[in-house]
Design a protein around this ligand. Sequence first.
Ligand SMILES: Nc1ncnc2c1ncn2[C@@H]1O[C@H](COP(=O)(O)OP(=O)(O)OP(=O)(O)O)[C@@H](O)[C@H]1O
Length: 385
Amino acid sequence: MSETVTLPRRWAADRGPLLSATGVTKTFRVARNNAGHNRLTALDGVDLQLNRGETLGLVGESGCGKSTLARVLLLLERPDSGEIRFDGVDPFALKGRELLAWRRRVQMVFQDPYASLNARMTAADIIAEPWRTHRDVMPTAAARAARVRELLDLVGLREGDAERYPQEFSGGQRQRIGIARALALDPEIIVCDEPVSALDLSVQAQVLNLLTDLRQQLGVSYVFISHDLSVVRHVADRVSVMYLGKVVEQGPTEDVFDRPLHPYTAALMSAAPTLDRAEGRSRRRILLEGEVPSPLNPPSGCRFRTRCPYAVARCAEVEPAAVTAEPKPSGAGASGTGSSGPAAAGTATPATGSTAAPAAAGAPHVEHLGLCHFPLDASGAPMHS
Ligand SMILES: Nc1ncnc2c1ncn2[C@@H]1O[C@H](COP(=O)(O)OP(=O)(O)OP(=O)(O)O)[C@@H](O)[C@H]1O
């Protein structure tokens, strides 16, 4: 492999917000059995932030809205309400060529490298495909050919691979072609939708390492969707946990995995595989019963209540407030901000009337969106009843 690449480097010292969603709601019209239509709420007031150069893991059970959120962040799906800010701009306020130019900045790596690559196209044609839509990026055939060679090199493939067809490659190599295609437009953000779940375990680590290397080299940011929590723990700087169209908790990966505040997160994490045997033995498994309710008819109040081991009658009436638990300086109460009013973790009561979780002394910053009435301590036990 050659030592240098000519792709612009953009490793950002500035880790401020690059892309944010505020109160994003997305509904779909779905046909009713007999007649007429219902509206299905796939995203319900989602708040999310992706910082420059970071990997944000997006986790949650099937149907919770991860792909819909990804499509909104890819600027492919317009939210019904709420706001997307990308580098300080609302891209949905743009039209035509301007919107197209912004779309270039967010690309996607798909789940299945077997289905997502056209078997009739060579690797070079697949990688060059985005330039057909964005013609100004690589206007000449010579520039396109040179850039394909660079991109092949960048993802660990050989120049000679350019004229081979997808079926001549292994799964891991195909995913490398998919990654090269995503890089062709030199994006700032790549949405990776289960990028390694279709690959053999032995190959998964190689592809994850490639994504990590590319982030270092190019300064690209990732939204990383995965149902595999051990993969998310490995790659993500921060994690957003979704349940039934809402982000219920988000924070630094270690905090969310090791000190979850929301009972849904605690249940998810309690089932996550761990290499640490002692941790695996001591961990209390929280079993969730039943299925995720239909987004056509979500539960009143706290939408997790129908499966929450700690739910009480009040949970049907009250939509939990959003609270941010801050590190608590020794001897002082930590501060928090709720969507329905300010609250101080450990000392204050959110506007809904539920009691906020006391933040452990020196605990790291965790945004806890959708505070439940029975926050859990680090061992998974309710803090108060
Ligand atoms: N175009 C659409 N029309 C109608 N309903 C949709 C549409 N897209 C998504 N939905 C519904 O929105 C909800 C969220 O779906 P979404 O695919 O975003 O979830 P997900 O978390 O990505 O699930 P999975 O992990 O299975 O891909 C689901 O109930 C789904 O059926």
